[in-house]
Structure formats: structure tokens, C-alpha cells
Design a protein around this ligand. Structure first.
Ligand SMILES: [Zn+2]
Ligand SMILES: [Zn+2]
Length: 318
């Protein structure tokens, strides 16, 4: 059961995205890349090199529903006719009817983001929607933690690895401890725990960093020898990466504790102090990262959280 990586261009700042072909019955594509002419041309060429075409694909499995990973899923499914799309039930993003704008807006306002900034973020994200077709539930099969995707000569086990998004999944081949991890494990950058609505209680925020740390520990428990990420080269030394991620998280938290004024501040204020020069989409990513760390510091009782004027204020705990 050979895993064939195909690297595809994206119009996004992150650069290229990796998708993975398993050329064995049922022929499976893990992630698809974004919906763009350039991407689909490179995908066709990559599949041709492997001796297949889009119409041979029987299974499309998504690590998560961000545009750069899932955008072409519907077009590939339509062309492949009999293909089914597999995605975790907690994945929102581009599954039809699940992008709950008002809930996201409330999350951003509570994090202290001014309303004109929220509006600017909304416009940006609406613009991103051109890179993904919405998926309807009727054509999706839910990925279930620990379920097995069977192939002719082996299996990939689904490992639910929430954090980057609530429904992020990884796939492990136990025989040689190879993991396909989407954006849960990236060689050169620390994955951003994206601000998300809690998939169970939509009035709450998903505890992305706490969930992410559990997921990382879970991947570590698989003792992986090779991890294929959503972007960049594969990771061969997971232990080194794990230690580096933890160190950079601790450093970021220490930095936040240092810069938080004595009278407290919102996640938005923290994000502007941490990343003063960011603009457009990076402002959203910066506020996501700030919320993730502030929530984690609150969970660890290092920061208190109060609501004032419907905004959340974090204050150093006494
Ligand atoms: Zn992603
Ligand atoms: Zn990505």
C-alpha cells in the first residue's frame, strides 16, 4: 500500500499543499487542494504520473475542511462519479449550511475585535470561498475516530486529532508507523489553532490549544517514524518537532503574560501587541492564536477571565 505525495500550488500565503494518493483498491485521495485552474491541472498531471486519472478515484478523504485542502473535493467527486467524500462530523468550514457566520461574529466580538475589523475579516473570508465548493451532507460519510479505511493490502486507521480545527483527522498505517497528519503536524511552522465555535455547544468557543496538545500527545503515542503533513516536507523526527512545538508554546505564553497590562486586556489587544504589523488575514490568525493561548492560560489558572461590556477581559491571576 504505497502512499504517493502530490504537491499542489495554492493561491494562499502558505504556498503549496500536499495531497496523498493511495493507488490501491479502492483508489483514495487524501485531501484535494483548493479549487483553482492551476491546482486542478497540477493534480491531473500528478495522477497521470501515477498512472491514474480523476475518474478512477473511489474515495476522497479530508484531513479537514480548509479551502487549501478540501476546495476541489466536490469537483473531484463529480468527475469520479462513484467517489464518496469522508470528513469528520465536527468539521464545519465548507460543508453546506455549516458556516455559521453569526456565531463566528459573536466569537470575534467577544474576543474584543472591533466591529469594523470583524466586517473586514468577513469580506476576506467570503473572498476565500471561491476556492472551495460546498459539500452536501448527502455525499459525505463521517470519519469516526479509530475506524479503519480498508485497502487491498492494508488499512489506515482514523485518528481524530482536533486542534487546528475541531474535526481535523490524521491517518496511521500501524505496520510501519506512518502518519498522514494534515495541518496537525507541519515541519517548518507551528500549526495555528484556528478560532472555532465549539462543535457540541455553539454558544461556546472550541478549546483549540488544549485539544491540540492532547492530539499531539496522541500522535506521539503512535511513535511515528514518518509523518506526512499538509504543507512542506515530511517529518522523520517527530520527537524533535514535539519538543520544539512545546517550547515555542511555552515561550509564547510567557510573552503574553509579560505584555498583558495589569488591568488586563482582550485577545484582540494581545494580538495587536504580539503582531503589530499584521494585516488582512493575518489579523484573524493572530487573534486566533492569542485566544488559543489566553484560553489555555486561563485553563491553567494563570489568567482570570471576566466579561465586561460583552467583551472578554483576561487578567493576571492573583
Ligand atoms: Zn488548515
Ligand atoms: Zn493547510
Amino acid at each position: 500500500m504505497k502512499i504517493i505525495p502530490i504537491t499542489l500550488p495554492t493561491p494562499f500565503y502558505i504556498g503549496s499543499v500536499n495531497v496523498y494518493l493511495i493507488k490501491e483498491d479502492p483508489i483514495t485521495l487524501i485531501d484535494t487542494g483548493p479549487k483553482s485552474k492551476e491546482t486542478v491541472d497540477v493534480l491531473r498531471a500528478g495522477l497521470r504520473n501515477a498512472g491514474i486519472s480523476i475518474s478512477d478515484i473511489r474515495r476522497i478523504v479530508l484531513t479537514h475542511a480548509h479551502e487549501d485542502h478540501c476546495g476541489l473535493a466536490r469537483a473531484v467527486r463529480d468527475e469520479a462519479k462513484e467517489a464518496r467524500v469522508f470528513v469528520h462530523g465536527w468539521e464545519t468550514g465548507h460543508r453546506a449550511g455549516r458556516l455559521e457566520y453569526e456565531e463566528h461574529r459573536q466569537l470575534l466580538l467577544r474576543a474584543g475585535v472591533p466591529s469594523d475589523e470583524v466586517e473586514a475579516m468577513r469580506k476576506l473570508y467570503n473572498n476565500f470561498r471561491q476556492y472551495a465548493d460546498a459539500l452536501d451532507d448527502e455525499h459525505c460519510t463521517e470519519l469516526i475516530d479509530e475506524a479503519e479505511l480498508e485497502f487491498e493490502s492494508g488499512v489506515l486507521q482514523v485518528i481524530h486529532t482536533p486542534g487546528h480545527t475541531p474535526g481535523s483527522c490524521s491517518f496511521v498505517r500501524h505496520a510501519d508507523r506512518t502518519v498522514i497528519a494534515g495541518d496537525c503536524v507541519l515541519k517548518r511552522i507551528t500549526p495555528n489553532p484556528i478560532l472555532s465555535v465549539d462543535p457540541i455547544d455553539h454558544s461556546l468557543r472550541f478549546k483549540s490549544l488544549a485539544e491540540y496538545l492532547v492530539s499531539l500527545a496522541r500522535v506521539r503515542s503512535l511513535a511515528p517514524t514518518l509523518v506526512f503533513g499538509g504543507h512542506g516536507e515530511p517529518v522523520r523526527d517527530f520527537e524533535e518537532l514535539f519538543t520544539r512545538y512545546l517550547r515555542s508554546m511555552r515561550e509564547r505564553q510567557a510573552q503574553i503574560l509579560r505584555l498583558l497590562p495589569d488591568n488586563g486586556g482582550t485577545a484582540w489587544e494581545v494580538s495587536r501587541a504580539l503582531f503589530p504589523d499584521t494585516d488582512d488575514v493575518h489579523r484573524f490568525l493572530a487573534v486566533s492564536e492569542s485566544v488559543a493561548h489566553l484560553d489555555y492560560l486561563n485553563l491553567e489558572n494563570k489568567l482570570a477571565l471576566e466579561i465586561s461590556d460583552e467583551r472578554e477581559i483576561y487578567r493576571k491571576a492573583d
